[in-house]
Design a protein around this ligand. Structure first.
Ligand code: IDP
Ligand code: MG
Length: 170
């Protein structure tokens, strides 16, 4: 009985801790970089309380982008999307935190900026779907695939923010 209780408490805390460690893949697109929005975008996620795990500044190849957007291969806008995304440097990032995938998508806004609420990144900073400044994973599964595609394991930094205890109960 005592053992069961201890195990239940342990599993409760370890699953709560695992939930806090959910990760998403975000990327400032070439228009976001060209328009000098990198700092503002990063600040939103820092302000929220999410933790930066990895980040780089890179000019991606068409090959990498075709892989990244493989699900959209058959869409009419696909060639234009690859051209846009490979037109300049981008800032791929990994962010961690409780519900970061879903909350990250809320913070981005809708795919088309015209449907995005003010207060969201796409609602505040852009007007057209083909220039929507930032990418964010749409599920934990895609986040894991995208993180693997853009980052090597040793580029994901393990660290403890000094603020953690003031952002999470456990
Ligand atoms: P998401 O970025 O909100 O997840 P997706 O449907 O996955 O949206 O589309 C990926 C990207 O493709 C969009 O962010 C946008 O840059 C581009 N895109 C989507 N739909 C259109 C379109 O109708 N015209 C041009 N570009 C589009
Ligand atoms: Mg998408």
């Amino acid at each position: 009985m005592v053992v069961c209780t201890i195990l239940a408490i342990f599993s409760f805390f370890s699953s709560a801790m695992a939930a806090n460690k959910e990760r998403t893949f975000l990327m400032v697109k070439p228009d976001g970089v060209q328009r000098g929005l990198v700092g503002k975008i990063i600040k939103r996620f820092e302000n929220k309380g999410f933790k930066l795990v990895a980040m780089k500044f890179t000019w991606p190849s068409e090959e990498l982008l075709k892989q990244h957007y493989k699900d959209l291969e058959g869409r009419p806008f696909f060639p234009g999307l690859v051209k846009y995304m490979s037109s300049g440097p981008v800032v791929p990032m990994v962010w961690e935190g409780l519900n970061v995938v879903k909350t990250g998508r809320f913070m981005l806004g809708e795919t088309n900026p015209k449907d995005s609420n003010p207060g969201t990144l796409r609602g505040d900073y852009c007007v057209q779907v083909g220039r929507n400044i930032i990418h964010g994973s749409d599920s934990v599964d895609s986040a894991n695939k995208e993180i693997d595609l853009w980052f090597k394991k040793d580029e994901l930094i393990s660290w403890q923010p000094a603020t953690s205890a003031w952002i999470y109960e456990d």
